[in-house]
Design a protein around this ligand. Structure first.
Ligand SMILES: Cc1cc2nc3c(=O)[nH]c(=O)nc-3n(C[C@H](O)[C@H](O)[C@H](O)COP(=O)(O)OP(=O)(O)OC[C@H]3O[C@@H](n4cnc5c(N)ncnc54)[C@H](O)[C@@H]3O)c2cc1C
Length: 398
């Protein structure tokens, strides 16, 4: 029996349960297994989050929308919504990286069975952490112009180049990378998708510090890095298809859980307003009402994308609507919290005098990037204009 099949037999089939029974089972399980709050120390925190991910996977409470064959729960949409709502309500820890929701669907769609058997379960358990190596110093929005080069020597690719803004690269074991195998200037048609071992000789990671004070992303230099041909995803020079799948999920299904979690964050925001006596003024009430309705809109848009994917489709251009809405919502929510904190919002997030535990200040700084990562707001608007509204294309190869 393969590892993938073994995972499926270990995952109970809960897809036929009604919502109340399902929620009850999940609550009972959480009452017994909830690990509490994640520690602040980065090293301890990572070990804690990995252990929690392994517990979820081993008990069949992970990847609610994925097929059971590959360790997911195979749930219909209404139960997926219950799953995310219960997890958010119980304040369960989040995964150590967002890779499972981004890389996982790409492996499921474009990987071979042999690759899925090797990579999916360690990815779900967070035994192996992944990062996404797409952006380069000269290729961000214009991703199709990327230059990291891979040349085939027998059964091995040799990779040379540089990736940048690679989230979680410093802790990752594998990178889903886009590389150029076609001639220079071959655009999206000359790109291949490889899985690079981050511990291989020739991989050098330099952390980049951002305005939150954290160093969550990095620059990655690749010098004569060897990648076996068996670690290529899909056919040579068809990497753009895998890239589209990855970006589509990054901009949509991976955000669906966050959309449901935001219902709880909005309740926390209303609580903050109450504590600070800021629920009576029309300007404050207007901001709070926008946060509540914004979270609802996010949820319904998230459901729309999940329904489309469950129906056998891909997130498609709808993912740009989702990403844009999500980024703008996250920013306005934290701007509202910042306004409620007033001068206190200028304190460092670790300052003990802050209302709450500094999460609002950290979130305010972090969400400045929400309209840049996974494609900027301008690029999402262009995609919506061209692919959803049918306006003339800016360029033909996007
Ligand atoms: C928090 C965060 C995490 C990230 N994580 C990763 C990761 O894990 N892996 C990864 O590969 N990348 C990652 N990125 C990189 C991200 O994908 C790029 O920053 C993004 O695609 C923009 O590319 P760029 O930074 O090169 O900006 P540029 O492409 O140089 O854009 C600069 C400005 O010009 C505008 N612009 C560019 N082209 C157009 C156009 N055609 N029309 C209108 N406006 C345009 C942009 O909107 C932007 O305002 C991350 C970024 C952030 C902020």
């Amino acid at each position: 029996m393969s590892a993938g099949e073994a995972a499926a037999t270990a995952t109970p089939d809960r897809g036929g349960l009604d919502e109340t029974t399902f929620a009850g089972q999940l609550r009972d399980w959480l009452a017994e297994h909830h690990p509490g709050r994640a520690p602040r120390d980065p090293g301890e925190r990572l070990a804690f989050l990995r252990a929690w991910q392994a517990t979820l996977t081993d008990h069949g409470w992970v990847a609610p929308g994925w097929p059971r064959r590959w360790g997911g729960m195979g749930l219909p949409l209404p139960l997926q919504a219950v799953y995310h709502r219960e997890m958010a309500g119980a304040r369960t820890p989040v995964p150590p990286t967002n890779a499972a929701g981004i890389v996982g669907p790409t492996l499921l769609m474009h990987g071979t069975d042999e690759q899925r058997r090797r990579w999916i379960r360690p990815l779900l358990r967070a035994d192996e952490l992944w990062c996404q190596g797409f952006s380069e110093p000269e290729a961000g929005s214009d991703l199709a112009s990327l230059r990291t080069r891979a040349t085939l020597h027998g059964d091995t690719y040799r990779v040379d180049g540089r990736k940048v803004w690679t989230s979680h690269a410093a802790i990752a074991d594998r990178m889903l990378a886009l590389v150029r195998t076609g001639p220079p200037g071959s655009g999206s048609r000359g790109i291949t998708c490889l899985v690079i071992d981050m511990h291989a000789p020739g991989v050098r990671v330099s952390r980049l510090r951002d305005m939150t004070g954290g160093a969550h992303f990095a620059e990655v230099d690749l010098e004569a890095v060897e990648v076996p041909v068996t670690d290529r995803i899909g056919e040579p020079e068809r990497g753009w298809e895998a890239a589209r799948a990855t970006l589509g999920h990054e901009r949509s299904t991976s955000l669906a859980a966050a959309a449901l979690r935001y219902q709880r964050v909005v309740r926390d925001l209303v609580e903050l307003a109450r504590r600070r006596g800021r629920t009576a003024g029309p300007a404050d009430r207007d901001r709070l009402a926008r946060a509540v309705t914004g979270a609802r809109l996010l949820e319904w848009n998230g459901r729309r994308v999940l329904a489309q994917v469950l129906d056998g489709g891909t997130p498609g251009p709808l993912s740009s609507v989702n990403r844009l809405q999500h980024g703008q919502f996250e920013q306005s929510l934290h701007e509202c919290a910042h306004a409620l904190l007033g001068a206190e919002g200028m304190l460092d997030a670790s300052d003990p005098r802050l209302d709450g535990d500094g999460a609002w200040v950290r979130g305010f700084l972090r969400t400045r990037a929400s309209t840049i990562g996974a494609g900027t707001a301008e690029i999402q608007r262009s995609t919506i204009a061209e692919k959803v509204l049918g306006l003339p294309a800016e360029r033909e190869d996007r």
